[in-house]
Write a protein that binds this ligand. Sequence first.
Ligand code: DGJ
Length: 743
Amino acid sequence: MGQIYFEAGSQQFHIQGENSSYIMHILPSGELGHLYYGKRIEHQADFSQQFAPYNYGMSRDIFPLDDSAALDFVALEYPTYGTSDFRQPAIEVRQCNGSRIVKFVYESHQIEKNKQPIEAMPSAFGTDETVITLTIYLTDAVTKLRLALSYSLFMTGDVITRHAKIENNGVESVQLLRFLSMNIDFDTKAYDMMTFTGSWIRERELEVAPLRRGIQSISSSRGASSATANPFFVLKGHHTTDFHGEAYGFNLMYSGNHVGQVEVTPYDQARVQQGVNYFDFNWELAPNTSFQSPEVAIVYTADGLNDLTQTYHDFYREHMINQYWVKKERPILINNWEATYFDFDETKLLELAKKAKAVGVELFVLDDGWFGHRDSDNSSLGDWYYDPKKLPYGLKHLVDQITDLGLQFGLWIEPEMVSPDSDLYRSHPDWIICVSDRTPTQGRNQYVLDFTNNEVVDTVYEMIAKVIRESGDISYIKWDWNRPLTEIGSLQLPPQKQQEVAHRYVLGLYRFYNHLMNDFPHLLVEGCASGGSRFDGGILAYSPQIWASDDSDAVERLKIQYGTSFCYPLSTIGAHVSASPNHQVHRTTSLKMRGDVAFFGIFGYELDLTMLSEGELTEIAAQITMYKSYRQLIITGDFSRILSPYDSNETAWSVVDKSKTKAIVGYYRTLAPAYKLPTRIKIPQLQPEMIYTLKGTKRTYRGDELMNWGIELNLVLFEELGILGQMSGDHVSLILAFDCITR
Ligand code: DGJ
């Protein structure tokens, strides 16, 4: 059970989880210093002996008896620039007189059960039993700025969420040039940094590099959390693996421009920071107003990267994702995008739906192209009324027909966008993100709507809500976003607020989502942004699942799903079986491999079922039956990485249920090896003394045998499983399912 201590004598705070300790102290100068973050330490009233100020010849008043110590050598909680700390600050403020100097000193603190939500932004939630929060208040005597640093300790996995709030209690406005969510100073650089960067159809690629002196960072300036850099990174010991060793995770739960950085000094200290990107950011903080940062979720583990992953997965499932959806079995869907693109009519859709129903699909999703006169990506975004050419009897008629078949109905929208060729743009050309004296750049032939303007958000919201209300039974929405923000500016905001636009845009996005969730609390919203360009904790608070990538090729998906699941649970990862040859990379893979990859996510199909043979449809029906019997395990179980697609041509992962009675393992081999011995995989997370049967065979194993010795993937096994013929050549896969027969 976690606790938070404050020791008045030593002026120290100790956030103590079951497995971790986070220790801070108030320096004699009143500033907040950092002492330790790592493996749990028994509480003591005073850890001062661990701390010695360094005398490097600066005259700061940090220590009464030593006026020559510099802040540069002190580990700090929320540093400022300009008073002898020369590293990157967590906050930058400019006063009317041009001064950028602030010094925050301790004022008070409070420790309370549970936590407050962050205004206008999604944040983690808990109960009196599951969370404790420490808030430390600090003030700057000159500007009268008051800073509140919040640390919430979640009992699940010792996750600490942090965010900061600043109030202007002075009489003049100040410019907030940087306001990060967190800062941690480590006294060593002996870590590798793991990042998840990429691009469209290549999202969340894992890169690992040792820390080196200077600043290493990930960031987005695209108006969304982006495919280019997911707001998640890890620092791990050089020898840490998936199964052993120390690691720290940092995950900003925010959907806009962000930065995560580590600055290693010439003295080999490492300063770790994360928050809203300070590039192109400037918030005017008027007297009597406040500003809050988004929240960051920090995890420490001593037990390897799989443990870090499982902690994040549990945290998201218990404290961030809408509890209505989190354990609900999500419907298996058919999406018409890769089946028809823009070329469809009611008859074609119904044919696809009938085939889908026959194989066991549960939800039919009508993608882009149902509205305005949208026969290509050249028009109609913003005109959210059905196209009478494609749907002559109306959208409701189609919804009724589909639901009469026994399928649920889902609809695609892209509410943040407008096409130049649209009624909405023609009547409100000033409603787009732009600057007044430049031609706005088009992306995919469209503009971004100015979501800093509540009138724009509310007008578009009303149009979409009307479609949902009037179309009968729409139970699912796919929310897309297909271009980044450029010429970032708003025609409704004054010049001094133009660098607030990127953040205000995200607040507008959350405003829209809040309306939608309030009015339609049981609507399932799947996030999407050209695939996985906005896959973050902020969106997950509203969209329990996100289309992970427009790349639906099974081989490419191995890396995409591997990278995504490092932080985000399988229950959030939209994964579909699509056509072969694949439409993105033109690779040919078997239906089996495509199914076996998509299986480890929120499963669906996105291909023209009417073009498939009876044999293929029978295989799909079997895949669906199989997924249905494992989907509870997939969305609630413990996921582990076993073999990495970055290390060889083999990938393997597993999911084990919390009671350790059921396990499934996915194994994938992309290119056939020549003359090699069979691969052996060890299956983690089982109960050592339990006996497990391997489905499809007569084999039984003890848990410790599977965990420590493993199972060899050899010809004898394939023969027993009846898949010998499928296991040669390129792009092969298998799923092993284990059931416990004794306790
Ligand atoms: C991008 C999405 O990621 C696709 O799945 C599809 O919905 C298209 N947009 C439609 O324009």
